[in-house]
Design a protein around this ligand. Structure first.
Ligand SMILES: Cc1cc2nc3c(=O)[nH]c(=O)nc-3n(C[C@H](O)[C@H](O)[C@H](O)COP(=O)(O)O)c2cc1C
Length: 289
């Protein structure tokens, strides 16, 4: 099922591939070459192929000769210059532009390398307009009713905007990507958020704009018929949404954000051993868990 092939002329017998294997499914044979010990345990992450300094290891049908060389250009500037784009050009991305993003998706990591996410790409502005119409109609009715769910309550302040048919949720974006996880995936809530983080930065590097869309996520929960439009497969839960398009605005400089709280742990602090402190610790840890 999962095999590695070693080019013995190239293999330096360094063992880096074996040491880097997260599932410890590889070993060195008696001649000092790596071999697959337990193919059932293999996550198919391809680390063994990627780490090999001499390109001696092929994984299944994948030869290292067909892998791109890696380089880290100026990622920090990209991170600093990313912005939530809420003003888009009234222009759809081309098939090629959308395909460029889709081609990056298989490189996104998933817990246990499950690789089972589903991506709904809304590719036509007309569909975004239809989504906006549905959501706005539903909110106009919902916000006039007496009983409001806590989720719907979040939109109360936009009541007048919905009456004016403004696009509060989708920001007139021409595209949206909704990422779903199989309910049974080992990291079902995390994988899609990681995926969208990658998409956000990659889109930025391509000169495109994105916006995390918590409002769309709420709408998908409030109005499940959106799942049908987004063609979310059976057994999958939509986790998060991101708007996408060509920015109609340009930001000239980076923000000056507040720092996050960081604790630098360089030692293990002595614990108070009084009974009250122990009880407090137990309760705190229980509540965290
Ligand atoms: C998880 C998440 C959900 C968000 N949801 C929305 C949203 O529904 N609508 C919106 O206009 N912006 C949304 N944003 C964008 C934030 O408001 C934005 O990141 C913040 O204002 C800082 O601006 P910046 O992203 O340009 O630095 C969201 C951001 C994150 C990270």
């Amino acid at each position: 099922m999962n095999t590695i092939t070693i080019d013995k002329d190239k293999c330096a017998q360094c063992g880096l591939c074996v040491n880097d294997c997260v599932s410890m499914c590889m070993g060195m044979n008696k001649d000092g070459y790596p071999y697959m010990k337990d193919e059932q345990m293999c996550l198919k992450c391809q680390h063994c192929m990627m780490i090999c300094p001499t390109g001696a290891l092929s994984f299944n049908d994948k030869s290292p000769d067909n892998s791109e060389k890696v380089s880290a250009k100026d990622l920090l500037s990209l991170i600093k210059s990313r912005r939530s784009i809420r003003q888009y050009k009234d222009e759809e991305l081309t098939e090629e532009e959308l395909q460029t993003i889709k081609d990056m998706l298989p490189f996104i990591p998933t817990g246990c390398n499950s690789h089972k996410m589903h991506f709904s790409f809304v590719e036509k502005k007309a569909v975004m307009v239809e989504l906006k119409n549905k959501v706005n109609n539903r909110f106009r009715k919902l916000l006039n009713s007496k009983i409001l769910s806590p989720l719907a309550k979040k939109f109360e302040l936009y009541k007048d905007a919905f009456d004016r048919d403004e696009d509060i949720v989708f920001r007139n974006a021409p595209h949206m990507i909704v990422v779903s996880s199989p309910i049974s995936a080992p990291c079902a809530p995390q994988d899609p958020v990681i995926a969208l983080s990658y998409i956000e930065l990659y889109a930025r590097s391509l000169g495109l704009g994105t916006c995390w869309c918590g409002y769309a996520e709420i709408c998908i929960k409030l109005f499940p018929e959106l799942c049908e439009i987004l063609e979310i497969p059976k057994g999958y839960t939509p986790v998060y949404a991101m708007l996408l398009g060509k920015p109609a605005v340009k930001y000239m400089r980076a923000p000056q954000p507040e720092p996050y709280a960081i604790t630098e742990i360089k030692d293990i602090l002595p614990k108070d051993s009084c009974i009250w402190c122990k009880t407090k610790r137990l309760i705190t840890n229980f509540l965290r868990g």
